[in-house]
Design a protein around this ligand. Structure first.
Ligand code: ADP
Ligand code: F6P
Length: 320
């Protein structure tokens, strides 16, 4: 391939810039041209595309967000949308694309590949919910942000002997909630993958209260049916402990990427371009037991990510 494109799509994640930088510099070092496609698949449909050179990705490795911007693009799910994208690929000479995003973005990449534009997916989402990889760019930074925020909450929760019920992101997945819940010593963790009534949480709080505990943190994934406000009210009504609900929200998606995210993004971006250079598309980059590998995009989209049930049990056991 002589010219490749790169785009970021779906929810942004810290480390996406490091991935873009790696893609651009790897491709340039191999003698290929790189076209930056802005605002996810929107840019491909609207022709919001421009060449990128080595200095266009200077001073971005340490920045959150994405210099290419990102978007959700419903039009790309239509036949006309894809056709426009293919036309623009031809117009700009784009022979293959690195798509940095989550599962949804991979589906778009699969559809584009079916139309003859080979794509390679790079996993980028703070949710770490892509089945084909153990790790997604942004997860580590988001975990650290959550822990920093909850540590602050802990101070005031402890001073007032209250219970803080904290919502962390994860519309469909509790991986972020589990890891951060363990890291902050939450008394209970609620995730969409494991049924858990508020009654169980109340029992746990009462049990630890008998053991002398005076303040409580409950971590709840966004995907859990009840809101943190409702959960807090129920706990307060049953226990008499004053509860406060906090939604951490989009603060979790921003900030300087951690070392892990910068390094993973750099390796993954490089691996994606290496595939395209060999003329290999329709793959996704994965992290698997310490190695950066790649898988067929169709196979990757069929996979289901198991929830770490053992980790959940450990969290429950040690939160006494
Ligand atoms: P993520 O990539 O983070 O999972 P989304 O699910 O919002 O985020 O998907 C990002 C974009 O990928 C969508 O806005 C759309 O342009 C494209 N996309 C998602 N699902 C599909 C699909 N089934 N077919 C084609 N494109 C899709
Ligand atoms: O997929 C990443 C994510 O941050 C989810 O955790 C969250 O549910 C969603 O995106 C929020 O999306 P939006 O940016 O549209 O509010």
């Amino acid at each position: 391939m002589k010219t490749i494109g790169v785009l970021t799509s779906g929810g942004d994640a810290p480390g996406m810039n490091a991935a873009v930088r790696s893609v651009v510099r790897t491709a340039l070092s191999m003698g290929m041209k790189v076209m930056g496609i802005r605002r996810g698949y929107n840019g491909l449909i609207n022709g919001d595309i421009a060449p990128m050179d080595v200095r266009d990705v200077s001073e971005v490795i340490h920045r959150g967000g994405t210099v290419l911007y990102t978007a959700r693009c419903p039009e790309f799910k239509t036949e006309e949308g894809i056709e426009k994208a293919v036309e623009n690929c031809k117009k700009f000479g784009i022979e293959g694309i690195v798509v940095i995003g989550g599962d949804g973005s991979y589906r778009g990449a699969r559809d584009l590949s079916l139309k003859g534009i080979p794509c390679v997916g790079v996993p980028g989402t703070i949710d770490n919910d892509i089945a084909s990889t153990e790790y997604t760019i942004g997860f580590d930074t988001a975990m650290n942000t959550v822990v920093e925020m909850v540590d602050r909450l802990r101070d005031t929760t402890q001073s007032h002997a209250r219970c803080s019920v904290v919502e962390v992101m994860g519309r469909h997945a509790g991986h972020l909630a589990l890891q951060t819940g363990i890291a902050v010593g939450a008394v209970a963790i609620m995730v969409p993958e494991i049924p858990c009534d508020v009654e169980n949480v109340i029992k746990k709080i009462e049990h630890t209260r008998k053991n002398g505990k005076e303040h409580f943190i409950v971590v709840v994934a966004e995907g859990v049916e009840k809101s943190v406000g409702e959960i807090a009210k129920e706990i307060e009504a049953a226990t008499g402990i004053v509860c406060r609900a906090t939604v951490l929200g989009h603060v979790q998606r921003g900030g300087r990427p951690s070392v892990r995210d910068r390094v993973m993004a750099s390796y993954m971006g490089n691996a994606a371009v290496e595939l395209l250079r060999q003329g290999i598309g329709n793959r996704v980059i994965c992290y698997d037991r310490g190695e950066i590998l790649n898988r067929d995009i169709y196979e990757a989209l069929q996979m289901k990510k198991p929830f770490n049930v053992d980790g959940y049990r450990v969290a429950d056991t040690i939160s006494l």
